[in-house]
Every structure is written in structure tokens, then in C-alpha cells.
Design a protein around this ligand. Structure first.
Ligand code: NHR
Ligand code: GAR
Length: 232
């Protein structure tokens, strides 16, 4: 039997990305074993999802620590109880320090709701709408100390439609997140990703322009911009 990759998932909230990973693990599409789900918030709905899937859950409240460094150290100790080969940030909302990031170098992945390097940080959908870009999306990247600046593994584009609100745009981006995050994790589990000179290679090659491994084709939106406006 093929060996499963041991993974720890970090969350802070709803956990819909966690759910997409759980679902693909169950169907056998993802050759991983989620050893634990860790949240910095006790009320994160993702903890309920993990429990429903029989995955161990842990809570580490950052407010119980006098400094970011001490929270990071405690989080590392907790995660390392599970000896994960990969740690994934699935809507995890605390910035992590250099020691943490270096400890998991090359095995720490994040999903970010924008087409990086555009809109690192928070409130990406609002900022995308304000700036008037035609394309928005999501990126999966390896985490480095540079916030949302690590090597990009895969991105998915989502068109901005007339009449979009941050919530409507976020909903379409989220659908793509649920597709590309499990994809990136599968590539990692299959041993197909390499980072060389700050660039991600899939099967030894840079697969697309702009240092992207792949730019998956996004289905044409079912509604035209005009139709979207009519529904307002
Ligand atoms: N840590 C490092 N070092 N590098 C990255 O690339 C990281 C990271 C930690 C989290 C996720 C990231 C995102 O995808 C992520 C990437 C939180 C904030 C933030 O400002 C920004 C980016 C991300 C996650 N957090 C506030 C803080 O003070 C708290 C906000 C809150 O609690 O709601 O940590 O967007
Ligand atoms: C997702 O859109 C994820 O990309 C984003 O938060 C949402 C979490 O949703 N992450 C960040 O903004 C990190 N700062 P989920 O809990 O339902 O997966």
C-alpha cells in the first residue's frame, strides 16, 4: 500500500478549504493523512468539520501568550507532536515569525485569496474591486518569512464581473480555492514539487510564464456581466 503523507492543517475559521481537503482525502484522490487540525480560535467552525471527519483537533489561543514569538514556539511544539511532513495554512489568520517558518521550510503551504503578487495581506476582495482589476483569483504558495511572498505553486484566475460585491467575488474565488489547494497538496504528496532559485518546479519544469507552475483553465462564468447586473 502506498504510504500516506502526514499533514497538519492550521485554521482560524470556517474551514471550507479544510473540508475540500477532507473530502478529497476520503475519495482517495489525495494520498495524505490529516494527523491533526489546529486552530488559534476555539470557536472556529472548521473544528466541527474536523471532528465530524474523525480528525483530532487542538486549540492554541494566541491571546494566551505574551508575545508572538512565544505563541509560535508553542504552536511548533504542538504541531511537532504529529511529526507532519507537510503543514498547511487553510485560512489561518496569524502572521508567523521567521523561526517558525524556517523550522518548516519547504513543507509549509498557504492558500491566499488573490493573484499574488497582487494584494498580499488582508481584505483582498475589497482591494481588488477598489483597484478595478479585471482578473482576480487565488494562489497556493510555499510560506517564507516574507508575508505572502513565497514561491507560487499554482494559481487560478477568476474574472471580476460587473456588479460584483466583495462577498460575491469571494464566493467565486473560494470555489477555485477548493480546487487548487487539494491539487497543490497532491503534487507535494506525490513528490512532484521542487523549489529551485525561488521558483517552484512541477515534475522538474517551470510549467508556465511568470514563474507559475500552472495556470489552470477556469470555466467560463455561467453568467455574463450583463446578466449579473440584471440580478441586482
Ligand atoms: N506567515 C509568514 N511568515 N509568511 C506568510 O506568507 C504567511 C504567514 C502567516 C499567514 C496567511 C496570510 C494570507 O494568506 C499567512 C501567510 C494573516 C495576516 C494578518 O495580517 C496576513 C496574511 C495572512 C494571514 N494577520 C493579523 C496578524 O496580526 C491578524 C488578523 C486577524 O487575526 O484577523 O497576525 O492572507
Ligand atoms: C479563504 O478564502 C482563504 O484563502 C483566506 O481565508 C478564507 C478561509 O476560508 N485566507 C486568508 O485570508 C489568510 N489570511 P475557509 O476557512 O472557509 O477555508
Amino acid at each position: 500500500m502506498r504510504r500516506l503523507l502526514d499533514v497538519v492543517v492550521l485554521i482560524s475559521g470556517r474551514g471550507s478549504n479544510l473540508q475540500s481537503i477532507i473530502d478529497q482525502t476520503r475519495t482517495g484522490a489525495l494520498p495524505i493523512q490529516i494527523r491533526a487540525v489546529v486552530s488559534n480560535r476555539a470557536d472556529a467552525y472548521g473544528l466541527v468539520r474536523a471532528q465530524a471527519a474523525g480528525v483530532p483537533t487542538r486549540v492554541l489561543d494566541h491571546r494566551q501568550f505574551p508575545s508572538r514569538g512565544q505563541f509560535d514556539q508553542a504552536l511548533m511544539a504542538l504541531i511537532d507532536e504529529y511529526s507532519p511532513q507537510l503543514v498547511v495554512l487553510a485560512g489561518f489568520m496569524r502572521i508567523l515569525g521567521r523561526d517558525f517558518v524556517e523550522h518548516y521550510a519547504g513543507r509549509l503551504m498557504n492558500i491566499h485569496p488573490s493573484l499574488l503578487p497582487a494584494f498580499p495581506g488582508l481584505h483582498t476582495h475589497e482591494r481588488a474591486l477598489e483597484s478595478g482589476v479585471a482578473q482576480h483569483g487565488a494562489s497556493v504558495h510555499f510560506v517564507t518569512p516574507d508575508l505572502d511572498g513565497g514561491p507560487i505553486i499554482v494559481q487560478a484566475e477568476v474574472p471580476v464581473l460587473a456588479g460584483d460585491t466583495p462577498d460575491r467575488l469571494a464566493e467565486r474565488v473560494l470555489k477555485e480555492e477548493h480546487r487548487i489547494f487539494p491539487l497543490a497538496i497532491r503534487w507535494f504528496a506525490e513528490g512532484r514539487l521542487q523549489v529551485r532559485a525561488g521558483q517552484v518546479l512541477l515534475d522538474g519544469e517551470v510549467r508556465a510564464e511568470q514563474g507559475l507552475v500552472a495556470r489552470p483553465v477556469v470555466a467560463t462564468p455561467t453568467s455574463t456581466p450583463g446578466a449579473a447586473q440584471q440580478r441586482e
